[in-house]
Write a new protein. Sequence first.
Length: 475
Amino acid sequence: MPDDDTAMSAGLRHFFSGCRVLFYLVVPLTLLAMMATGLLYVRLRHGPIALNFVVSPIERGINAELVTSSVRIDGAELRLGPSGELEFRLRDVGVLEQGGDVVLSSPLAAVNISMAALMRGRIVPARIELIDPIIALAYSEKSGFVFERAVPKPVPVRPDGAGAAANAPPPSATAPETTVITPRSVEAGTKVNLAKMLSESSRRARNRLDATSYLTEFGLSNATVVVDYEGQRSSWRIDEASVDFNHAERRSVISGRATVASPKGAWSVSFLTDESVQTGKLDVKATIRDLVPSTLAAAAPPLALLGNFEFPVSGDATIGLSSVGDIESGELAVEVGQGRVRLPYLVHPMEVTAGLFKLTFDGKARHWELQPSPVKWADGTMMFTGNMTDVSQGSDPPQWQFALDGKNGVLEAAEFNVPPVPIDNWSARGSIIPRRGFVDLTEFRLSGGGGEATIKATTQAGPQGQSVSAEFAVS
C-alpha cells in the first residue's frame, strides 16, 4: 500500500507539473494571439491592408497553365466586410485574350484559396466572385458574338484614414464608371462558343491540366453586360450569378443560376450540364422563370417584334450538344402567363389568359415540331400544332419555314350574351429569318360563323424598330 501511494503521489506531481508548464506556454500565446487579433481589427477599422505580395503567386498559379486566356491582377487587400467579418479581395482583375486585350474586367473580386492546390504547392482559387464586373460583347452577321475590349480604370487603394464605411463602394457606383469599352473590329475578337468552352474546361479539369481543375465556384455580383449588335448598344444588369463545378474522372457536371434585372421585374435562369466521356456529348437542362419577352426588344433589331408580347414566360428545356457546340436534339416546354399581345393594326391588345407550348427539335434535320399546345385568351380557346424547318442554303443565315394550324377553336363574347362561335379553320404559313428580323406571313386564314378573313403581311427589323406591311381580305 505505501508503494502504491508513493507512485500515485509521484504521478500527480508530474501531472500538475505538466499542467503548470502548459499553462505558462498556452496563456501567453493566447494573450498574444488575442492582442494581435485586436490590433489587426483596429487597423482594419481604419482601412484595408494591402497584401500585394500574394498577387504574383496567384497570377502564376492561374496563368502558368491557362491556354487561351490569362489573368491580370493589380493588387490584393484584407478588409472588413459589412458585418465585421474578414474579407480577402483582389483589385482590378482583368481576363486577357491571347492578343493581350482585356475582355472582362472587375474592380474587385472575392477569392477563396484551394486547400487541395495548396497541399501541392500551388496557390489557386477554389472560389472566385467578381464584384461589379463588366462584360462587353459585340455581334456581327459574319462572326457571331465575340468579346469586345474592356479597359478597367484602376481602383485606388483607400487611404488609411478612411473609416470602415469607406470600404464599400457608394450605392450609385456602377461598373461602366470604372471601365471603358473600346470599340474594335468584331472579326478581331474572341468568338463566344459556350458549349465548346464548357466541354474543353471539363476535359482539362478531369485531367487536372490547369487552374480550373481546382475551381469549384465562379460567381458574379452586380455585373453589367454591354452588347453591341451591329452598332446598336444595350446594357443589362445581372444582380447575381454563380456557376458550380463538379468534375470526376469520367464525368463532369456544371450547374449555374443567374438573376437578371429588367423594367418588368427580375427574371431568372438556371442550367445543369452533364458531360460523359463515353458518349462525348454534353447534355444541358435549363429553366427560365418570369421573363417578359418585351424586355428583350431593345437588345437588337431582330428582337424588336418581341416588344408586342407583354406576358410572363417560364420554360424548361433539355438540349443535347456535340462537343463542338452543335445542337443535336432538344425538348422545350414553355408556359405563358396572363398578359397581353399587341398586334399590328389592332387598336386594342389581345388579352392572353394562359398557354402551354411543347416543342421538339431534330438537329440533323433542322426541324422543329410543335406538339398539341392549348392557348386560352379572353375571347376564346384553341389547340395549336405545327412545324418549322430551316430551308437556308450554304452560308446563308437560317431561314425557318413554318406552318401552324389551330384546332378545336372557339370565339366567345359573353358580354353580348351570345353562344360561342366555333372556329372552322385557323392556319398560318410563312417564313422567318431571325438574324435579320424578317417575318413573311404568306398566308393567314381564319374562318368561322359563316365568314372568312385572310391576311398577308411582312415585317422587317430596322434601326427605328419593326416596320410592317399587310393586306387584308374579308368575306
